[in-house]
Design a binder for this molecule. Sequence first.
Ligand code: ADP
Length: 502
Amino acid sequence: MADLKVQLTAPNGKTYTQPTGLFINNEFVASGSGQTITSTDPATEQDIATVHAATAEDVDKAVRAAHAALNDPKWKKLATSDRGVLMYKLAELIESNQELLATIDAWDNGKPYRDALTGDLPEAIGVIRYYAGWCDKIYGQTIPLPNKLAYTLRQPIGVVGQIIPWNYPLSMASWKLGPALACGNTIVIKAAEQTPLSILVLADLIKQAGFPPGVVNVINGLGKEAGAALVQHPLVDKVAFTGSTATATQVMKMASATLKNITLETGGKSPLVVFEDADLEEAVKWSHMGIMSNQGQICTATSRILVQKGIYDKFVARFIEEVKTTSKVGHQWDTETYQGPQVTKQQYDRVLSYIESGRQSGATVATGGQALTEIGGGKGYFIAPTVFTHVKQDMPIWREEIFGPVVVISEFGEEDNAVRIANDTTYGLGAAVFTTDLERAHRVASEIQAGMVWINSSQDCDPRVPFGGVKQSGIGRELGEAGLEAYSQIKAIHINLGNRLS
Ligand code: ADP
């Protein structure tokens, strides 16, 4: 800890230097109070590394560094195309370190290494590259008026405080950093306390890419302490948060004191509707992936499946078969593993308590329904992928976000009914519709209350396409051109071209 880095060897044999400090002004520094967080491997419950955790005082230092960097000519006056060059360089550095970064996220988070390497990393690289291309294409408009020239500038918002979750540590960081940097902001980003490691290696790459000191500051810390201090800091102009709806309401409340601009991406209970005319085989495969991948720890997980009456029994039977043949639960490093451990004991307990609640309320456990303690010899947070049928719409397992490998499957009769049930939720993040009827596909997509609707797929997001929620699933959009709106503000300039008052 003293020299703010440790040498680690991951279970897959990868040896590397793990920074452990807070990254402020392009340097790793110790927390003023010496407060720390210890990260553990959720498969073995063994400690991996201890890193510095920011207190409110440390957050203040990071925010002041970001605030000073806003006026540093090396950033403020940097040609926008050169800003893009820095971002391309960062993407390249992430790419050349992708095996290391995937190793750290697999170890720290519990996700299968193969998924981190082929899913999370390409996404993080792709998002940074996508926004690198935007840097010199962000500008205002001219507005034709008589005797006047009016035009707009699109300027950075200023210091951005970003708070990210643990389910996709690096890709969530890239979603936040990409558009904020493209628009010329400066940043303090706080990782989730459950996954504090990969972002510190990323911080090192940010420095190597050549970003001036203070442009990106990376802190670890507890949500209630460091997160809350960041949200409330008077020099933070904007807060971007991804996490639970419950925490988002706190964030929104705190940010309101200084009327900060906010973007929130929160929870969901996303419906997936399968009509009788759907390609059943494809519907089963996509819907399985839509809830069971990433250990079910996906904000857009299509966790409520609605199947039309005529194919309900067939669908359920095929879905269970798919779970049994595909969802192999195991350690992160086993190439056969589809599902690793849940991220923490707390999440593991929470998912198991939902499974118990489902049982208690009378739903049928069609498969799974228990912890898999034999995998790690009594260690590790492994849970059997679980399918509930005979679920009523007032049951907590139908209404609440479980954030684990647990799905509820129910049936419906007519299209109208499917839409009504799909929309009967406080959430509105994702939704999926399976049908081969073109008209129905568009009609239902338009009627479902959600920020994103997939037709005949699930979860296949893309950096070029906006992402976000309606209702209690969020405010604002990330990704795509829409993601730039969250990080830029419009200034109007009026130039008098001959309007005389005398
Ligand atoms: P989860 O319940 O899935 O862990 P949270 O919403 O609690 O999700 O956490 C998401 C992120 O929000 C994490 O980085 C966490 O540290 C942070 N966080 C948690 N509580 C607060 C808070 N009161 N203020 C600001 N950030 C917080």
